[in-house]
Design a protein. Structure first.
Length: 363
């Protein structure tokens, strides 16, 4: 089949990386796959895997992708289109109607609808809500990346068709990247436990709470924390590291191309977020053997950790509780076989099979 995987913007965030991973999984099944990217953030370089075609349109606004999508659907006639994020999902469905394409359309929602839609009359989010409601009937499948998010859509829309299908996290490419070499003195010294976290250095990731938790814990035991990622809060977090007196045991590593090789050499992964969609990075860390500690934020961590079966949950914005959970994770790590069990819902073949089942496509 000819399949298009569409994403609005490429930066080093979960959605576009997940779309590329999804596209590569489709290609491994023998399909002809094109990834369409609306815009590439100039600060980042778009990866170019050999097994898929990637086309960049240079359009920073999602709405400006409408006419190019209509043209693409009319001329290239894909059999299936997978889009991600609500603004783009709606634009893709409008393009499908205008072009009269026979392609099956699947749209995936990745963030809470409470941040996407509004009941305030004539605002952009109010207009989007009503457009989305009108366009839903054209979709062959609408999915969310967590069960909690499906429940949220039921509170926003009456009888929405959304169902949960997770992102692919566990695939052959990721497994291979876990074993890549990494040079860092902390990771070579196994005498001190390594805590690791990763994500954009932005307020909603809660890294300030994590640094404070490490400051509390470092009074009673030797630990080291590595935070992978970059973002607008970097200087503020650096100042907090100094203010808490933990410069010798906390490092803001910055952007790394392959975080999996760091995860596979760490002891505990900490997700300190205030909110999430479905935290792929949490599943990646578990796949790499890290015992997880995660805030019980909306949405995803409680679902991924199955109410604490596969890791330790703590309240949001509670550094003391986080410190206690990290200590327990170090003393009582989750067994490897239980972590492997936790990752099975995110396996490549399972996710592709579910998407094809929803679209009525042959497996």
């Amino acid at each position: 089949m000819r399949i298009a995987v569409v994403t609005p913007r490429f930066a080093l965030t979960g959605v576009p990386l997940a779309q590329i991973r999804f596209a590569r999984a489709l290609a491994r099944r023998g399909h002809s796959v094109k990834v369409i990217v609306g815009f590439v953030d100039p600060a980042y370089e778009l990866p170019k895997p050999a097994d898929i075609e990637i086309e960049v349109w240079g359009l920073p606004k999602v709405r400006s992708m409408l006419l190019p999508l209509v043209h693409y659907l009319r001329t290239e006639k894909p059999d299936v289109v997978f889009s991600a994020e609500d603004h783009l999902n709606t634009v893709t469905l409008i393009a499908a109607l205008v072009s009269r394409t026979k392609a099956k359309i699947s749209g995936s929602s990745r963030v809470t609808p409470f941040d996407t839609y509004s009941n305030t009359l004539f605002t952009k989010r109010w207009v989007l809500k009503h457009l989305t409601r009108l366009m839903m009937r054209r979709a062959d499948a609408l999915t969310c990346v967590s069960k909690d998010m499906v429940d949220q859509y039921k509170r926003i829309f009456r009888n929405p068709p959304h169902v949960c299908v997770y992102n692919i996290v566990d695939d052959a490419n990721s497994r291979a990247r876990m074993d890549e070499l990494v040079e860092h003195p902390w990771l070579a010294d196994k005498s001190v436990p390594i805590l690791i976290a990763a994500g954009r250095l932005a307020p909603w990731k809660g890294f300030g709470d994590l640094i404070e938790a490490v400051a509390l814990l470092s009074d009673s035991r030797s630990i080291r924390l590595m935070i992978l990622g970059d973002g607008p809060q970097r200087h503020e977090l650096e100042r907090l590291v100094d203010a808490c007196g933990v410069r010798d045991c906390v490092e803001l590593v910055g952007y790394v191309e392959n975080p999996l090789k760091y995860f596979s050499r760490a002891d505990v992964f900490v997700l300190s977020s205030l909110l999430e969609g479905l935290p792929n990075v949490l599943v990646e860390a578990m796949m790499c053997g890290c015992t997880p500690v995660a805030t019980d934020c909306p949405t995803g961590p409680r679902e991924v950790l199955q109410d604490g079966k596969y890791g330790y949950l703590v309240p949001v914005r509670d550094p003391a509780a986080m410190a206690a959970a990290i200590a327990k994770a170090l003393d009582e790590p989750i067994p490897a076989e239980r972590l492997a069990e936790a990752v099975t819902p995110f396996e490549e073949q399972r996710i592709i099979d579910e998407h094809f089942r929803l679209l009525g496509l042959p497996q």
